[in-house]
Design a protein around this ligand. Structure first.
Ligand SMILES: Cc1cc2nc3c(=O)[nH]c(=O)nc-3n(C[C@H](O)[C@H](O)[C@H](O)COP(=O)(O)OP(=O)(O)OC[C@H]3O[C@@H](n4cnc5c(N)ncnc54)[C@H](O)[C@@H]3O)c2cc1C
Length: 292
């Protein structure tokens, strides 16, 4: 939505494709409190506001799924369910989804103690005991971040060592309110109207233990869905689109913005920042084509 706002603002004829509901992951975010200028707001309301701005700018939305993007001379063919569109440039901003744990209670308590983003929701659990699940950089970073807010953090990892970088490993080991539980998985999240406990199972003994926690932060990775674009742009090993900070891919005219891009931080503020950068790069590209 940010990219579309910028390209239309620069006078380019812009069409935004949306396969579901505008707002993407914002729609499943109960509360956002780290997006500057708007205070505490529901994800839905923030999406509505962004959409309102687009409507005022006169940007059209095509509710359709993009199935493929193919270069044809100096234009791109964008194929959707309802037909094909020709365009000079494409900004791919199809996001990503958080990988789920898949344990009992996870779905029921999502937004009521089960969270996929410590930076987003950590503040709601100030002074409480929480757990973080995962063993990569995100999980370690989240555990350290939460240890500064929460009274106690259990870090649960199914393997016997972390896959995250050494500096993060050192930080979690040094924190005196982080308890590391290797070789454990979460078998169930439970509570009443909110999370009250997590049941964890030892992969070594099979023993099930109950941890009294107010939140379960799941940090077991994100899942991009870029297979359909793998013939068009280069993907990283984990399936994200390779593009620099200016959001340019190796294919002139195609840009990647937001969570779909290979990068370190996936937040609303970084997605909107990418949207602006990608749009300005696209504007430059389209003008250079027009002038050529
Ligand atoms: C539960 C949860 C809570 C979060 N809380 C916060 C928070 O408090 N603060 C924060 O900063 N970040 C938060 N995040 C992260 C933040 O929501 C994302 O970083 C941000 O939404 C990424 O924006 P995006 O536009 O790149 O992708 P998305 O939000 O994933 O949007 C991508 C859009 O593209 C559409 N799409 C996908 N494929 C196609 C296709 N082929 N054709 C057409 N349309 C397509 C999707 O339907 C979707 O609308 C949270 C995420 C989750 C899941």
């Amino acid at each position: 939505m940010t990219a579309a706002l910028y390209t239309s603002g620069a006078g380019l004829s812009t069409l935004l494709f949306e396969k579901a509901m505008y707002g993407g992951q914002l729609i499943s975010t109960s509360e956002v409190e780290n997006y500057p200028g708007v205070g505490r707001i529901t994800g839905y309301e923030l999406a509505q506001r962004m959409y309102g701005q687009l409507e005022c700018a006169g940007v059209g939305i095509a509710y359709d799924e993009v199935l493929s993007i193919l270069r044809d001379g100096n234009v791109f063919r964008v194929r959707c369910h309802t037909g094909e569109y020709l365009t000079r440039s494409v900004i791919i901003a199809n996001g990503a989804s958080r990988r789920l744990l898949g344990c009992e209670g996870e779905g029921r308590f999502t937004g009521r103690g089960v969270s996929y983003c410590a930076v987003c929701d950590g503040n709601f659990f100030k002074g409480r005991t929480v757990c973080v699940v995962g063993g990569g950089n995100s999980a370690l970073e989240e555990a350290v971040y939460l240890s500064g807010i929460c009274s106690r953090v259990y870090l649960i990892h199914r393997r016997g060592s972390f896959s995250g970088e050494e500096r993060y490993v050192r930080a979690v080991t040094a924190a005196d309110n982080i308890d590391i539980l290797f070789h454990h998985t979460v078998s169930r999240v439970g509570g009443d109207d909110r999370v009250r406990f997590a049941k964890i199972k030892s992969a070594v003994t099979g023993e099930v233990t109950t941890l009294e926690v107010s939140a379960v932060f799941v940090a077991v990775g994100c899942v991009p869905s870029n297979c359909r674009f793998s013939d068009t742009v280069s993907l990283s090993e984990s399936g994200y689109i390779l593009a620099g900070e200016d959001c340019r891919t190796a294919v002139p005219g195609i840009f990647a913005a937001g969570d779909t891009r290979e990068k370190h931080v996936r937040q609303i503020v970084t997605a909107t920042a990418d949207g602006g950068s990608a749009a300005l790069a696209a504007v430059e590209y389209v003008r250079s084509q027009r002038d050529a």
